[in-house]
Design a protein around this ligand. Structure first.
Ligand code: NAD
Length: 338
């Protein structure tokens, strides 16, 4: 490369279509001369007692050491007594915020041309933790825990993200009119953080109204910050606004800048190994990774090459209505890297 410092990043190619789309990222990075050296890790075939999951301790250590990683989709192996892979990664690495930029892709027509928003989801608590039990037969209980610490941390991340990414507004999404204590505390924390960012407009939107506004006119939103379960639902709705999960990247953020970016789709077992997978979501996740590392020029180069390839429309994969394979699409992206 050009004498730039090489950065080591952990790569989980994952299962199913994972290795095919990870190969695509490696090829595009090579073409664009990105100063990244990959440290590849695969999910183990047995539960590692040190992590309680199929993700090995060595893999976790690799992400912790490098502070940055890219992850393909993973199948959770069937078996009892282990944690889901994604949950294990999130918990072990303390990935407290999930970030999903949703940007309309020129050349890929959906109902909306003007989507440019980012959802930031609290990743560690709330209903989504699945703290549930049976009280007596026929009565079950779910416990929703919201803490000041986790709410302030994700709010801080959202405002910092807005400020450093040229965003103008942060909307806190809630149901505090009903969940007065839990969502009330979440909102209180957002308000406190908002005061430290006078240049960012702050607003609060009730989740049901937010969903209606999103489908009517997504341009009404900029950055959205929300508790875990609402984030799970809204982020998929937003992916739908731009054409689906195959085009949506995401990032999981932890303390001290630690980040693990990932495509949000699954392993697509129906097309795995057939050279049919669309690598766009993982490629866009790798663009997020480069932005996170401050390699903005490199990120821009790859981002432009992906958009150009889709806009040209000559080498689209089946999910985008084309007939090109993963390898042809990748070749076209490499060709468009300038
Ligand atoms: P899926 O996302 O794998 O597939 C849904 C549909 O979308 C399929 O028809 C598939 O072919 C298509 N698709 C997905 N990604 C595509 C791509 N990049 N290019 C072209 N087409 C694509 O969802 P699923 O079938 O519900 O799940 C399959 C497996 O993936 C399960 O084992 C599940 O646990 C796992 N999963 C993992 C993650 C993750 O690791 N983050 C996320 C979701 C699902």
């Amino acid at each position: 490369c050009s004498g730039e410092k090489t950065i080591t990043a952990t790569l989980f190619p994952g299962d199913g279509i994972g290795p095919e789309i990870a190969k695509s990222v490696k090829e595009v990075f090579k073409q664009a001369q990105i100063p990244i050296e990959w440290e590849e890790h695969y999910v183990g075939s047995t539960v590692d007692p040190r992590t309680g999951s199929f993700v090995t301790y060595e893999s976790m250590e690799s992400v912790r050491r490098n502070g940055i990683g890219l992850k393909g989709p993973m199948t959770t192996p069937i078996g009892k007594g282990h944690k889901s892979l994604n949950l294990a990664l999130r918990k072990e690495l303390g990935l407290y915020a999930n970030v999903r930029p949703c940007l309309s892709i020129p050349g890929y027509k959906t109902r909306y041309d003007n989507v440019d928003l980012v959802t930031i989801r609290e990743n560690t608590e709330g209903e989504y933790s699945g703290l549930e039990h049976q009280v007596v037969k026929g009565v079950v209980e779910s416990i929703k825990i919201i803490t000041r610490q986790a709410s302030s941390r994700v709010a801080e991340y959202a405002f910092h993200y807005a400020e450093t990414h040229g965003r103008k507004r942060v909307s806190a999404i809630h149901k505090a009119n009903i969940m007065k204590k839990t969502d009330g505390l979440f909102l209180q924390c957002c308000r406190e953080v908002a005061e430290k960012y006078p240049n960012i407009v702050y607003e609060e939107v009730i989740i049901d109204n937010c969903m209606m506004m999103l489908v009517k006119n997504p341009a009404l939103f900029d950055v959205l910050v929300m508790p875990n379960l609402y984030g799970d639902i809204i982020s998929d709705l937003c992916a739908g606004l731009i054409g689906g999960l195959g085009l949506t990247p995401s990032g999981n953020i932890g303390e001290n800048g630690l980040a693990l970016m990932e495509a949000v789709h699954g392993t697509a077992p129906d097309i795995a190994g057939k050279n049919m997978a669309n690598p766009t979501a993982l490629l866009l996740s790798s663009v997020m990774m480069l932005q996170h590392l401050g390699l903005h020029d490199k990120a821009e180069t790859i981002h432009k090459a992906i958009l150009k390839t889709i806009e040209e429309g000559k080498y689209l994969t089946g999910d985008l209505g084309g007939s090109a394979g993963t390898t042809e699409f990748t070749k076209a992206v490499c060709h468009n890297v300038q």
